[in-house]
Design a protein around this ligand. Structure first.
Ligand SMILES: N[C@@H](CCC[C@H](N)C(=O)O)C(=O)O
Length: 281
């Protein structure tokens, strides 16, 4: 029996538990959901599983509903910081593997800022996947619950449906986010962002995450929303993304290669008690 040690971090209020693969192997997906539950478990926006028996460190990203995500921006910054805290990496850039591709990470400013080369934003619906006609869906109308939305589809390795609005109202995120997440056109569901362009260097976003619901911040959502607005020609190559939890710096090079920089803070190390699962079948 391995000890059930979890390391808890947050990036702009998007909080994750990190554990070693030997710890995660003890739990079913239902138990992982319980661990992430804010009332009946430790509580988190997801679980990051550290795989350390390969050449390049690999992270598996489990949403609170037990589904697995291909990529996570805040999750990657947090995993990079965890690798730094456990002395597996230093300040030099290093690679991390995810289901959604390989990324490069760098832990800077003590350990409180992490830079991630998130890879290429892709606009082909098949990359999400999404069942829509055409080679790209850029600021196209999509009717949801009687509302006609301006939608751009982006894959950052994980799927994103970016809704451009004149004025951001978080009520719409709560109301339409879950409906968009589960539309039949998204066979693997999707993350959702509502985006207001402030000027050519600033956007505000509200986020509904696949498998997690409303969150204060999301790294891959910030990359997707900034990429969508860049593709539409509404922002320049450096964009500050403001979310309820705080700000991330996103920049572009080459053909939509996306770089993200932002903070990470450690909260606690927590040992789970097996009694947490007493009432689970
Ligand atoms: N919070 C994350 C995104 C986590 C994965 C997402 N819920 C999905 O299912 O794709 C981020 O910071 O990117």
């Amino acid at each position: 029996m391995h000890s059930s040690l979890f390391h808890r971090y947050h990036g702009l209020g998007n909080d994750y538990l990190v554990c070693h693969q030997s710890v995660a192997a003890q739990f079913s997906l239902a138990q992982i959901s319980r661990i992430c539950d804010r009332n009946y478990g430790i509580g988190s926006d997801g679980l990051l599983i550290d795989i350390d028996d390969e050449d390049v460190p690999r992270v598996r990203i489990i949403n609170p509903d037990g589904s697995e995500a291909e990529k996570s921006g805040n999750g990657l910054r947090i995993y990079a910081r965890y690798l730094f805290d456990t002395k597996r990496v230093g300040h030099a850039p290093f690679l991390v593997n995810t289901l959604g591709g390989q990324v490069s990470c760098e832990v800077t400013e003590g350990a409180h800022q992490v830079i991630v080369d998130m890879g290429q934003a892709k606009f082909s619906p098949s990359a999400l996947p999404a069942h829509v006609d055409g080679e790209q869906m850029l600021d196209q109308p999509l009717v949801v619950a009687g509302h006609s939305l301006n939608v751009t589809l982006v894959s950052m390795g994980n799927p994103h449906c970016v809704v451009r609005v004149e004025k951001l109202d978080l009520q719409w995120v709560h109301q339409l986010g879950p409906l968009i997440e589960t539309l039949a056109i998204f066979p693997k569901r999707t993350n959702v962002q509502f985006v207001e362009v402030i000027d050519r260097e600033n956007i505000n976003i509200g986020i509904w995450e696949r498998g997690a619901g409303y969150t204060l911040a999301s790294g891959s959502s910030s990359c997707a929303a900034a990429s969508a607005m860049r593709k539409l020609g509404l922002v320049d190559d450096s964009v500050t993304v403001t979310m309820p939890g705080g700000q991330l710096a996103i920049s572009f090079s080459g053909d939509f290669m996306v770089n993200m920089r932002g903070p990470v803070q450690k909260i606690a190390e927590i040992t789970l008690d097996a009694d947490c699962f007493y009432d689970l079948k």
